[in-house]
Design a protein around this ligand. Sequence first.
Ligand SMILES: Nc1ncnc2c1ncn2[C@@H]1O[C@H](COP(=O)(O)OP(=O)(O)OP(=O)(O)O)[C@@H](O)[C@H]1O
Ligand SMILES: [Mg+2]
Length: 338
Amino acid sequence: MAKSTKSTASATQKGTASTLSPVPTLSVSLKDLPGIGPATRRNLESAGYGTLEALATATVLELTEVSGIGEKVAKKLISFAREQFSMGLKTGIEIKQEFLRRKYISTQCKALDELLGGGIQTGSMTEFAGVFRSGKTQIAHQLAVAVQLPPEKGGLGKGAAYIDTEGTFRHSRIEAMAKALGLDGEEVLQKIVVGRAHNSDHQIQLTEEALTNPKGIDIGLLIIDSLMAHFRAEFVGRGTLAMRQQLIGKYLHNILRVAEMKNIAVVVTNQMQAKPDQFFGDPNAPIGGNVVAHASTHRILLKKGKANTRIAHVLDSPELPEAEATFQILTEGIRDVK
Ligand SMILES: Nc1ncnc2c1ncn2[C@@H]1O[C@H](COP(=O)(O)OP(=O)(O)OP(=O)(O)O)[C@@H](O)[C@H]1O
Ligand SMILES: [Mg+2]
């Protein structure tokens, strides 16, 4: 593995010292919340505020509207939830410690791992954008398997949630990739929870379910393949664009919030859109505009190369240099070009 990858990995290990406060789990019950009875609790739960995470990032207005509680109680609930997650001001060193809690999932291609600064980072969102057949779904499958490897082999020893919006999840690909890594195909499939989303509403609902109640599986990775397909098909015409963007913004914000708190890696795939108004450079851009661009921590562009090779290019990242890596798609999965 490359030098930069090694240093990232060892820094990560050092950072997991006992000085870090434990991250509260998503399943924390609302029963212990101050000042609310069972009826209000049910209202909150049915409106999607059934977890401390949801309360911690809710606004007073939202809570009063959906549950009928007063402003005072809403404020109290929100601040109680925020205290549980220590969401107040932090020192730089606390931020550093939190950051070092992040881990990396190997893509099984050294060049790609190196490009990504060690692999797919937990607690943030990595976007793979590219035209058809550029390898987005193959990478998604590869990661759903790789996350299950033990940490010493580049995984997290955890399962994956796969939100499939295009009906392209294939158990046979998972089994082939698992076998190539010495894993049992059916055992690996057992630890992947798949949500086949038929429209954008369904996609949002399945994502929420995958993050809060993924059939009892300990999830280390959430995959959305693809993020924008339904939104793009359903919201046509300029008049609906603002509404679409608002909806996606909220959807992504919720995902990122849980991913950060639970230290889950989020990988989304995205299609490309021709930008007729662009005169210089690449006239194609990932769809979703600024909302998706800002939510993606690491934005990777995939391009077709010769035969089964593909080129990955860092489009935008707060910490990765603009660089390229080449990989190939084999029956075994994503691998380095020999
Ligand atoms: N079993 C396999 N063995 C080797 N290569 C495969 C196998 N299955 C698929 N591929 C390769 O993967 C490519 C398809 O990639 P993928 O499905 O990831 O594209 P994509 O970027 O998700 O496209 P789309 O935008 O249409 O969803 C095909 O060109 C094929 O060459
Ligand atoms: Mg695909």
